[in-house]
Structure formats: structure tokens, C-alpha cells
Design a protein around this ligand. Structure first.
Ligand code: G6P
Length: 366
């Protein structure tokens, strides 16, 4: 069957807009009763695991990087993350009681598949999170968790990313529960927050007009920096990746705390600095990094909630308002402005958004 753009100008725009609905599907699939998390019985008992390894490429790797924060905080499990092309050739030691989890939209990325095959027979459990259920990576893993994003056509991944994040968040909660780190009441709170996620994503999508306006100015830049702390750091990396992929503007994502160890040297009025800063326990630290940028005439675009914008908005070049969200779910919500900024900057530049030059949807050769 032919998939259309559903009235959107590009597949990417359609896929961004679909996120509230596909994430509802993910939540429905993995929390059928609404009071517990439904995971396949073949998954390992996470109480019997001492180490988790997450491996992927590109945007799927940033989902893994975000999940490291969740798994470490919620489950106490040590988590290693790696990009597949490095992991596969490093001969990394895989000890007992290890689960290896591979994340891939296509399930056919050559390096991720090779990393999986390296772990087969070494790790106790080979798990995957794929968007294509009959793919090689899904077939070669013991347990394959579907992301249920539906077909993704835009080369730059959007809805597959937020669905990967949602499945990873659910898996982290499931593991936390098995490891005795999450009681009934805490789980119920998390599930309530998750049920609110599609509504919050809709509110974030509602900021599209403001994002489009600011993107017209971003389109004039030659270099753009993205900053975030904690679980927002991988979202800064994803924002930079998405922007360079489709607008061809050079962009770098940085952990806010690393600013003074290099990238601050780039700051001048011609380099916009996009800061993802929900009000969370690290908010004040991010704001002080942002002030260091503004003190050097840097143009800050602050993406935060109403409270954050009240405290830190004045003095910034532009602001984008997000709804309030629990720090746990903030990375999923803030993926939306990251995607929309890249999308509208690319549209303003007139690039081929759905088929950016030199890029493939699925990299099946090395
Ligand atoms: C390519 C795509 C990216 C994707 C990456 C990993 O680079 O252009 O959008 O994130 O491959 O692909 P996968 O299918 O394994 O998630």
C-alpha cells in the first residue's frame, strides 16, 4: 500500500505530527491493564543481571544514551552504551549476567547487526528494540520489543526515536520493579505521567508557529550549538544531528557543563546557542552556563517551561515554551522542538527534507 503525506508538505512533517498517536499506541501495547507494565515473559529477570549493554547507530544511539540515565537512576544497573561501529571492532569483554540490547529503526543496520552477532554466545541475553518486526536484528535476538511507530519514510528519524525512547522508559521501569527499586505507588505515579505524555506532545507541537519563526533566523547561521544537561544532553546531540542532516548547517551538541572546556570559544553573535532546559534539579546549573554564553554576546534560544522562562528567559535572544513535564519524561517531550527546529530550518533553506543529500535511511553496508 502506498503511504501518503496526509496533507503535509513532507513525510518528516507528517511523522513529527504523528507522535502523540503512535506513542499512545506504544503505551497501550505495553501497559494493557493500565496498572502494570506488560513485557514478554522471555525477557531476562533483571534482578539476575549485573550489567546492561546498549548498542546502536545514529539517532537510535541517542535513544540508548538517554536510556542510560533512566536505567542507572531507576534500576541501579551499570549500563554501557556504544555506537555499533566502534563496539564491534573493539573486542569488548562481555562477562556473565550481562544483557545486550540493540536499538534500530530498520533492524538492518550493518554495524548494529554485526555488534549483535559479536555478543551472541557471549552475553546471556540478546535483546532488541526495532521498528521493523521481521528485520534481521529482531529475528536474531532472543526477545525483540516492537516500537510500533509505523512505517517511517523521512530519512531523518523522528517518530521512531520517540517510540524507542518510550519503550526504553517502560523497560527501565519494568527492570526497576524486578530489581526492587520501584514500589507499586511509584510505578502508579510513573504510569499516570506516561498516560499524560501524548497530551504534552500535542502541546509541544502547538508551538510550531513560534518554532517556524525562529527557524527562519537559524537558517542564516553557519554554526549552531545545542546544550543540555543530564538526560537532556542526548537530546542536544539529537537536535544537532537532526539539524545538520537536513539543513546542512554545522551543528554540535554539548553537555552544558562542558561548555567552558572548548565550545565557548566559538560563541559570538553569529552562533546561535539552543538550550534545552526544563525546570529539573539541574536547571540552575544550565542557566548559569547559559549566562556565560550571553555574557559573550551569544544568541541564546531557550527551550523551557513557563517557570524556566520566567527565571531565565530575560536576556535570551528567543524562547520556546514547553509544557511542564516530569524530569523523567522531559527527553521525550523535548525531542519535539529539536525535530521541529531542524525541520523548519531546513524548509527555510529549501533543502530536500525527506531525502537529504548523501544520507541513506538504512545503512546496510559498512
Ligand atoms: C541512518 C539513518 C538514521 C538512523 C541510523 C540508524 O544513518 O539515516 O536516521 O538513526 O541510520 O538506523 P537504524 O535503522 O539502525 O535505527
Amino acid at each position: 500500500t502506498q503511504i501518503g503525506k496526509g496533507g503535509h508538505r513532507h513525510f518528516m512533517a507528517k511523522e513529527i505530527a504523528e507522535q502523540p498517536s503512535v506513542i499512545s499506541d506504544v503505551l497501550g501495547h505495553y501497559t494493557k491493564t493500565g496498572t502494570r507494565i506488560d513485557m514478554p515473559a522471555e525477557l531476562p529477570d533483571f534482578a539476575q543481571i549485573d550489567r546492561l549493554i546498549l548498542v546502536a547507530c545514529g539517532t537510535a544511539f541517542y535513544a540508548c544514551q538517554t536510556a542510560k540515565y533512566w536505567f542507572e537512576q531507576l534500576t541501579g544497573l551499570p549500563v554501557d552504551i556504544d555506537i555499533a561501529s566502534e563496539f564491534r571492532y573493539r573486542s569488548p569483554p562481555i562477562g556473565p549476567r550481562t544483557a545486550a540490547l540493540f536499538v534500530s529503526q530498520s533492524g538492518e543496520t550493518a554495524d548494529t547487526l554485526a555488534a549483535l552477532r559479536y555478543c551472541a554466545g557471549k552475553a546471556d541475553h540478546i535483546l532488541s528494540i526495532c521498528n521493523v518486526p521481521q528485520s534481521s536484528i529482531a529475528r536474531e535476538s532472543t526477545v525483540a520489543l516492537p516500537t510500533l511507530a509505523g512505517v517511517e519514510i523521512g530519512v531523518a528519524s523522528t517518530k521512531a526515536f520517540t517510540c524507542q525512547l518510550t519503550v526504553l522508559a517502560l523497560l527501565a521501569l519494568h527492570a526497576a520493579r524486578q530489581r526492587g527499586h520501584c514500589d507499586d505507588a511509584t510505578l502508579a505515579e510513573h504510569l499516570t505521567a506516561l498516560r499524560g505524555l501524548p497530551g504534552l506532545l500535542n502541546l509541544a507541537l502547538g508551538q510550531e508557529a513560534e518554532i517556524e519563526t525562529v527557524s527562519r533566523e537559524l537558517a542564516e547561521a553557519r554554526d549552531i550549538l545545542f546544550l543540555g544537561r543530564g538526560a537532556m544532553y542526548p537530546i542536544a546531540l539529537e537536535g544537532a544531528l537532526k539539524l545538520k542532516e537536513i539543513s546542512y548547517i554545522h551543528a554540535e551538541g554539548y553537555a552544558s557543563g562542558e561548555l567552558k572546556h572548548g565550545p565557548i570559544a566559538l560563541v559570538d553573535p553569529a552562533v546561535p546557542v539552543i538550550v534545552f532546559a526544563p525546570t529539573d534539579p539541574l536547571f540552575d546549573k544550565t542557566v548559569s552556563n547559559m549566562q556565560e554564553v550571553m555574557a559573550r554576546q551569544g544568541k541564546v534560544l531557550l527551550v523551557s517551561d513557563a517557570t524556566g522562562l520566567d527565571t531565565a528567559g530575560p536576556g535570551s535572544w528567543a524562547t520556546i515554551q514547553m509544557p511542564h513535564v516530569s524530569p523523567f519524561l522531559a527527553p521525550i517531550l523535548y525531542a519535539i522542538p529539536a525535530q521541529l527546529l531542524a525541520y523548519h530550518t531546513a524548509v527555510a533553506k529549501g533543502t530536500d527534507v525527506d531525502q537529504p543529500r548523501n544520507l541513506a535511511k538504512s545503512v546496510t553496508v559498512e
